[in-house]
Design a protein around this ligand. Structure first.
Ligand SMILES: Cc1cc2nc3c(=O)[nH]c(=O)nc-3n(C[C@H](O)[C@H](O)[C@H](O)COP(=O)(O)O)c2cc1C
Length: 147
């Protein structure tokens, strides 16, 4: 079965809500999903999945150091050709998901559009958008594997 890893950093739960909704959407398309905070993941494990979605909220116009280090470790495991997705809640500038997507592209990942950013706490329409992204990731993963 095609597998999606969803890794996030969330301080107050907003990016976590996005991660859970992406997982729900992907599971509706019958793929295997593990969604957990970055400190519960080993970079090596996450790198073994077919698709990897990484989410972070924005602090001081970037990602916090721990998730940035995690992402670097994940990329160092070798992720070329894998499907990537970047997302995160933000307040006013929202750089973190954009930086994640850039790093993924530089590492040779196929990054799915959109890089999904939600301002503060996701509302119902935002949750639907996250579920939609989860479904799109699943469809793309299945297509790549059967190609
Ligand atoms: C100390 C601090 C710094 C922040 N810096 C930024 C920032 O530079 N840009 C931005 O868009 N949001 C910034 N935010 C807002 C958070 O990204 C926002 O509250 C987000 O919803 C938190 O999501 P989380 O609960 O998933 O961590 C900051 C918040 C705090 C508390």
């Amino acid at each position: 079965m095609v597998k999606l890893a969803i890794v996030y950093l969330s301080t107050q739960g907003s990016t976590r809500m996005m991660a859970e909704a992406i997982a729900e959407g992907a599971r509706q398309k019958h793929i295997e999903v593990r969604v957990d905070s970055f400190y519960e993941w080993e970079p090596k494990d996450a790198a073994s999945y077919d698709g990897i979605a990484v989410g972070s909220s924005t602090f001081y116009y970037k990602m916090l150091e721990p998730i940035s280090k995690f992402l670097d470790a994940l990329i160092a495991e070798g992720v070329e050709g894998k499907v990537g997705s970047a997302f995160g809640s933000y307040g006013w500038s929202g750089e973190a998901p954009v930086i994640i997507a850039e790093k993924m592209r530089e590492a040779g990942m196929k990054v799915i559009d959109p890089v999904l950013r939600i301002q503060y706490i996701p509302e119902e329409k935002d949750i639907k958008e996250c579920q939609r992204l989860g479904k799109d990731i699943a469809i793309k993963l299945k297509k790549l594997v059967t190609e």
